[in-house]
Design a binder for this molecule. Structure first.
Ligand SMILES: [Zn+2]
Ligand SMILES: [Zn+2]
Length: 338
């Protein structure tokens, strides 16, 4: 079958890959759409050991069930589905606590298993989610990244959400923004260093945007909230500056969620957290309930994908991947269609 293959470090090509088979407890998916994730662009650019070639990447996908493996029940051939990017074991102590997204034995498509930049992929039946008719294959492929935004909002249940600041207008930032709106955030500010992205953020619902290259984000956030600071800040960048800004722009007693992974280390002044009693929370991935909620948000028409998500044929996957890496395309999110 045809696939976008990562044959060795520094190289990508569209070519032939062995046909996958649905093993026991698995189903074979005919891929309809698979998004290119920032984590994959980053891995490729850095020759990361997290994704070692030869490999087919791709973990944000939706499609149709083409075959059922032995012992699979409750699913049917022809059914339209999306698939969780993370495969959890179900048996470890974290899975048993309901923290399936943090499973100690988790596998990721396109990392530890064949991914979905391909015509077909075999997946365990327990990570498959049927899609309602009202959710398109493109929307289905974006359930997982939207689920990340839904998860952030679940972590801050109880926050008044009068004002929210989202640092970063990439895919995760724009989904966090829309998940925050759907969760009841009244006024939302978005920051980025790219004016094109900030324009898109305003177009799909940001009340105000600031350019982190030109504007003092903390001063802007304080002025915007009569000197108090925002109720919630979400850092979808993960740079030392955005982490620091997210803390300082938040009001005393407010919540800060870090989901961006740009850099590992940051220098912080800890009194900014302790004395005003702020909560800094890490967020990773999406659990079962988050994915179901994300599917529901798409079905309710609450999530805008225009004009920032663009589809491309899988046959052009190598070119599109490299152009996304060099930020040569106007799209913030590229989705490959076999
Ligand atoms: Zn991803
Ligand atoms: Zn587990």
């Amino acid at each position: 079958m045809r696939a976008l293959i990562y044959p060795e470090y520094g190289r990508l090509e569209v070519g032939e890959w062995p046909e996958p088979q649905a093993g026991a407890g698995e189903v074979l998916i005919e891929v309809a759409a698979c998004g290119i994730c920032g984590s994959e662009l980053g891995s490729f650019a850095a020759n990361s050991k997290r994704r070692t070639p030869p490999l087919v990447m791709g973990h944000e996908f939706a499609g149709r069930i083409a075959a059922l493996g032995e012992g699979v029940s409750g699913l049917a051939v022809g059914q339209r589905v999306m698939v969780n990017a993370l495969v959890h074991c179900g048996g470890c102590t974290l899975c048993r606590r309901g923290l399936t997204h943090l499973c100690r034995n988790r596998q990721v498509f396109g990392m530890n298993r064949q991914g979905a930049f391909a015509e077909r992929v075999a997946v365990p039946a327990h990570v498959v989610y049927p899609l309602p008719d009202s959710v398109s294959p493109l929307q289905g492929s974006l359930v997982e990244p939207l689920g990340n935004g839904v998860h952030v909002m679940e972590l801050v249940r109880g926050n008044d959400l009068e004002t929210a600041l989202v640092c970063g207008a990439g895919t995760i930032g724009l989904f966090c923004m829309q998940a925050a709106r759907a969760a009841g955030a009244q006024r939302i500010a978005v920051t980025d260093t790219n004016d094109h992205r900030l324009g898109i953020a305003r177009e799909i619902g940001a009340d105000v945007t600031w350019n982190a290259r030109r504007d003092d984000i903390v001063a802007a956030a304080l002025a915007w909230t009569e000197g108090e600071g925002v109720s919630l800040a979400i850092d979808a960048v993960g740079a030392p500056e955005s982490r620091r800004d997210s803390i300082r722009a938040t009001r005393p007693g407010g919540d800060i969620v870090w989901i961006g992974l740009h850099e590992n280390e940051a220098t912080l002044t800890t009194y900014d957290i302790v004395l005003p009693e702020k909560r800094v929370i890490g967020s990773y991935g999406a659990n079962d309930a988050d994915l179901r909620r994300a599917i529901q948000l798409f079905a309710e028409g609450k999530i805008a994908l225009d004009p920032w998500v663009q589809t491309f044929p899988l046959a052009e996957g190598d070119r599109v991947f490299l152009q996304m890496l060099r930020q040569e395309l106007p799209a913030i999110k590229a989705v490959l269609v076999p």
